[in-house]
Design a protein around this ligand. Structure first.
Ligand code: SF4
Length: 478
């Protein structure tokens, strides 16, 4: 048991995450005590193991983080690949430095000295930003926009999932009504966007292929009739769970111009899929992939997760061998994150808590990520986007790899926030990027205005007119 006592609430977030990265298996309790005589005091089972005190003259938060990092690094003999970087996207920093004219060598030195980021991760961030920039050059930031459409239904709910999707056994009777009101929102927003230039569409969820062939036909036709799709750079549909994919559904989406699909195994180990509540037969993944290829889909992404319960690096090696045989066009590798809204997050002694912590502590997840990188390299993919989440296994990262010209443009737009994204459906968050910052109170300014639809399926169905009204108000500011 670790206790961290901070003098100021501003110090708790970083102190917690730095400590957690060094001691992933420990329970850490945080307290703020304004009267404390040290900035940060860290105790293990009641004994002081590290402190950042006044006589170190650290008045800046950043310096306090650095001192804590150095102390824990000296005690544990470990260095963290991402150093003290918590809560900020590494590529955001690399992008800012590139735009400011810094070169690669200086960036690697700077981020190593300032934030203790390893050379390997610094180079990775820099290379990704270089690739992102090539893609962002094609984006119409001022007059262009992207469209997100959420289908929040899945056959069953995976234990690690925090998307708020509804399982068919509980929510199946709502699907028709949901689709009816979603199409209402699609038509309304189609009328509101005027002459703006639609550049990417992403149908996500949930699992959009949970819809029947007829429902997919209705949805795709509504999108086609409501928006000008002539200058689309990318049109993605997440066909996440292969057991929901049929040849007929693939034919429908192909006919309606979808260019990119995701068939997501997460792992090719059947016992793991069964264990995490994702009872998808492995054969259906292979079957769906070949069906999609046979129908001419030439941009297929596959998602994997490193750190699933009871999986070892050997399981990942086997999974990657099977993926390399299929040879998708892009591969996204996530390190498992224990999200509070997932079944694992809700359960304190959940499987993921115990097992993932153990594996991240003994380097298993690091091996899995290294194997993924090598496999992506072997099938001629390069990293093109990267993000980190809170409580991510082993304090690592999620990386998207893609072949030339197969990078997921929408994924980069989400990260880089240079283009407005209008999001429809339950829980979907729209983000309007303004030409210049506006005041948001307390002396702060922002270039973004966000609006989130009702998160619950039944709430969204009931309140769709209100959601449309909000869109009208939001798009007036555009
Ligand atoms: S299939 Fe995807 S969206 Fe559905 S529960 Fe599993 S992880 Fe969540």
């Amino acid at each position: 048991m670790f206790d961290i006592i901070c003098k100021d609430s501003n110090l708790t977030y970083n102190a917690y995450h730095i400590a957690k990265a060094f001691y992933p298996t420990e329970v850490i309790k945080l307290q703020v005590r304004e009267e404390a005589s040290d900035f940060v005091l860290m105790k293990k089972d009641g004994d002081v193991i590290a402190k950042v005190s006044y006589n170190e003259k650290s008045v800046l938060k950043h310096e306090i983080d650095c001192l804590l990092y150095k102390k824990l690094s000296a005690i544990t003999g470990k260095e963290l690949p991402w150093g003290i970087l918590t809560g900020v996207r590494p590529t955001k920093i690399a992008m800012e430095k590139t735009m400011a004219g810094m070169n690669k060598d200086d960036f690697v030195k700077w981020i190593g000295n300032e934030l203790f980021v390893s050379k390997e991760k610094a180079v990775l961030s820099w290379n990704i930003v270089k690739r992102e920039k090539e893609i962002l050059d094609k984006i119409d930031a001022g007059n262009g926009f992207s469209l997100y459409i959420g289908i929040p239904f899945c056959p069953t709910i995976c234990d690690y999932c925090s998307f708020g999707s509804g399982s068919l056994d509980k929510w199946g009777s709502f699907v028709d009504d949901y689709l009816r009101v979603l199409i209402k929102e699609i038509k309304a927003v189609g009328n509101l966007v005027g002459k703006k230039n639609l550049q990417t569409i992403y149908i996500g969820g949930g699992t959009p292929t949970t819809l029947s062939t007829k429902q997919l036909e209705l949805l795709s036709s509504a999108i086609e009739k409501s928006f000008k799709c002539g200058s689309l750079l990318e049109y993605t549909l997440e066909a996440g769970r292969s057991d929901t994919i049929t040849k007929e559904k693939l034919e429908v989406i192909k006919r309606h111009g979808i260019t990119r699909i995701s068939i997501n195994p997460q792992t090719m180990q059947q016992r793991t899929l069964d264990l995490v509540g994702r009872q998808t037969p492995i054969e259906s993944i292979v079957r769906a992939f070949h069906q999609a290829r046979d129908l001419g889909f030439d941009n297929i992404n596959m998602d994997l997760i490193a750190g699933l319960p009871l999986e070892t690096a050997e399981d990942m090696r086997d999974t990657l061998q099977q993926i390399m045989v299929l040879n998708p066009d892009s591969l996204t590798v996530h390190a498992l994150a224990r999200k509070r809204a997932s079944n694992y997050g809700r359960s304190n002694d959940g499987m993921a808590n115990n097992v993932t912590n153990k594996y991240s502590a003994n380097g298993e997840i690091e091996k899995m990520l290294e194997l993924s990188k090598n496999a992506a390299d072997a099938i001629k993919m390069e990293p093109y986007y990267l993000y980190r989440q809170k409580d991510i296994a082993g304090n690592f990262e999620n990386i998207g790899f893609a072949k030339i010209d197969k990078a997921g443009i929408y994924n980069i737009l989400i990260m880089e926030e240079i283009q407005s994204i209008i999001a429809l459906g339950a829980g979907a968050t729209s983000k309007i990027v303004l030409p210049k910052p506006i005041s948001v109170g307390n002396g702060k300014t922002s270039r973004y205005i966000r609006s989130t639809n009702d998160k619950s399926i039944d709430g969204y169905i009931r309140r769709v007119d209100e959601m449309i009204q909000r869109k009208e108000e939001l798009l007036c500011l555009w």
